[in-house]
Design a protein. Structure first.
Length: 372
């Protein structure tokens, strides 16, 4: 079955997400604001779920149509071939959002869509009531400028939930964003990476997984694995292919420092669960005591800031220290994420490149320094 898939991603990361999907051999990849689309079968769906570093989830795009009335919404949803995906006992909850459209009541749209799906399935299965005790088929909708997108979520839990981070510090960076920072920093199999304020270790773990070609979704399950319509063995084959590409003999090494011993204990535990503990060394160290090694190294960090863990003045002092400890130097590359618009002046120099993005709901910028 040839399907169209939608992969929402962090704003500003559409390009690297699309690049990764093309590398994975997915068809007709195209990037849009906040999402990337591709075409393929259920094998492509499984591959994207297991191997995507930057996508937030993988959704099947069932249909898109214009609706300015509840009647149009109902008819558009009802004509979708729901029985191709949803069995007689399967659950099919509905959630979504409405933006800049004539239909702006999310609860009303949920009710209409639910009724349309029930009526479509009732006509196919000759049932008047559905117990919904089976596999979950989460229906999502987006009403934007009077255009409706109807989707099925194949992932379940968001793809940033890799399975290794059972614990985290007070303000962890999202795994997908940490992976994107590693990609933007050019992390490769022979790199030496440092995070001087590593917290629970997410940035270094994602960098190590990238260097070792460890697929992010290898150690978790996905909603579509319980769907009866997905051919048996699809996920098993894609997991086997992902495991075959892992490289444990790489020269990659990383070091993570923090002043919080509890955070470092969590970081070590997370690294062990991710299968990269032998590639990362963690130690208690204040950033004020940071000294960079001779030769090449890449620093990637998410320093604490005013709205996160430190008060604003303390965060600003930290940026000044960071600027002193990370001088312009051949062979050294630095990537820092922060929501502080004054970061460059506090750090002491303009970034060679900046990229706007979000850390959760917080608007941030990624500052990159790579010119020696």
């Amino acid at each position: 079955m040839k399907l169209t898939f939608v992969a929402p991603c962090i704003f500003g990361m559409e390009g690297i997400c699309a690049k990764e999907f093309r590398f994975l051999g997915l068809e007709n990849v195209r990037a849009e604001n906040g999402r990337v689309l591709f075409d393929g079968d259920f094998s492509a769906m499984a591959r994207a779920n297991i191997q995507a570093h930057y996508a937030e989830r993988i959704l099947i795009l069932l249909d898109e149509f214009r609706a300015v009335s509840y009647e149009q919404l109902y008819e558009g949803v009802r004509r979708i071939r729901w029985a191709d995906f949803i069995g007689m006992s399967d659950a099919f909850p509905v959630k979504g959002s409405c933006l800049d459209s004539r239909l702006m009541s999310v609860p009303d749209c949920q009710k209409i869509i639910k009724k349309a799906v029930v009526d479509s399935l009732a006509a196919r299965y000759l049932l008047s009531w559905f117990e919904e005790t089976g596999a979950v088929h989460q229906i999502q909708f987006l009403l934007l400028h009077d255009r409706v997108s109807v989707l099925l979520d194949t992932s379940g839990a968001g793809l940033h939930k890799r399975g290794y981070r059972a614990q985290a510090n007070e303000a962890p960076i999202k795994e997908t964003l940490a992976a994107a920072m590693a990609e933007l920093s050019g992390v490769r199999a022979n790199h030496f990476v440092i995070d001087p304020m590593c917290g629970s270790g997410t940035i270094l773990i994602e960098a190590a997984m990238k260097a070792m070609k460890i697929a992010p979704g290898l150690n978790r399950w996905f909603a579509a694995e319980r769907w009866s319509g997905v051919p048996e063995g699809v996920f098993d084959r894609e997991r086997a292919a992902a495991r075959a590409q892992i490289r444990r003999d790489v020269a990659f090494h990383a070091e993570g420092y923090d002043i919080d011993e509890n955070a470092l204990a969590v970081a070590k535990s997370n690294a062990e669960k991710a299968g990269v503990a032998d590639k990362i060394t963690f130690a208690v160290r204040d950033v004020r005591d940071l000294t960079l090694p001779e030769g090449y190294c890449t620093v990637i960090t998410n320093p604490p800031y005013g709205e996160r863990l430190l008060d604003v003045r303390a965060a600003e002092e930290l940026y000044k220290v960071l600027g002193e400890k990370l001088p312009r130097c051949p062979g050294k590359r630095y990537t820092v994420i922060t929501p502080d618009d004054d970061f460059e002046s506090l750090f002491g120099r303009k970034a060679d490149k900046r990229r706007k993005t979000y850390n959760g709901t917080l608007k941030c910028q990624i500052y990159q320094y790579f010119k020696g």
